[in-house]
Design a protein around this ligand. Sequence first.
Ligand code: FE2
Length: 310
Amino acid sequence: MIAVKDIAYVRYQATDLDAMEAFMTDFGLKTKVRTANALYMRSCSDAHHVHITELGESNKTLGFGLLAQSASDLDQLAARLNTTVEDNPEPGGGKRVRFTDPDGFLVDVIHGQATLAEIPFREPMAMNPATGRQRFGKVIRLKPQAASVTRMGHLALLVTDFKKSFEFYCDVLGFKPSDTYYAGSPENKIAAFMHCGLGSSFTDHHTLALISSPDGVPRFDHSAFEVIDLDDLVQGGEYLKSCGHKHSWGVGRHIQGSQLFDYWRDPFGHKVEHWTDGDLVNDETPVGNAPVTNEELSQWAPSLTPEFFA
Ligand SMILES: [Fe+2]
């Protein structure tokens, strides 16, 4: 069994590439490639792209890409799935294994994609908390601007058969649970935050989240992008607000994963998250199991509204 090392990108279909490009630019991404039929946007990281939009006749969530640790892992995965390793025909190239998951999400596991020069962004803010002062003789002066999305963070999927999807992502792609949610009895798990199974190496608390779809329709719940720090998160949110974009929920701090978060809606209603300051786990970190309640979603935040669950 292989273990992927991170998420690479998310893939949407939309009826208007201009509208998606304008919003995601305000959100903090930059256009890398735009063709007649697709939009590829990048973060500040060296990843070729982190957000794909394909032009189509409806708006929907299509799938995502994951990063393999090695070329030989692609060979192993292809053999496991009885498929082949192919040249990646999309911008950035490299190799890929393409398949669909139990809900029909299109999954690309890629390796050898071209990398880019990183886009410089400011240093995380030196803070002067009550103890452990960090900033001496220096002031803070920030300009209103889009957040600096430093990298793709994670994807949350609404799935039709939680147990089936959970077993698929564990058995085929090496994900491991960091925290699970249950309904009723603790054995009745209906959601999981999953980290990349990288042994003793620390990695994001969740790269993939699986949530039982409340209406039986598979789709993304949200995709999430890391920003520099709390100032970047809030300032980037104020910028989105000034552009007239639709806010969903935040700012707050999650429980499972501990991230500071802020959720927005793209022009097609998809939820996208800015986050920073998340937990890091490895395969030895204890796995939690909590009851599923709205109170479990944050330690502090504005009150949840039905909009967040729409
Ligand atoms: Fe998230």
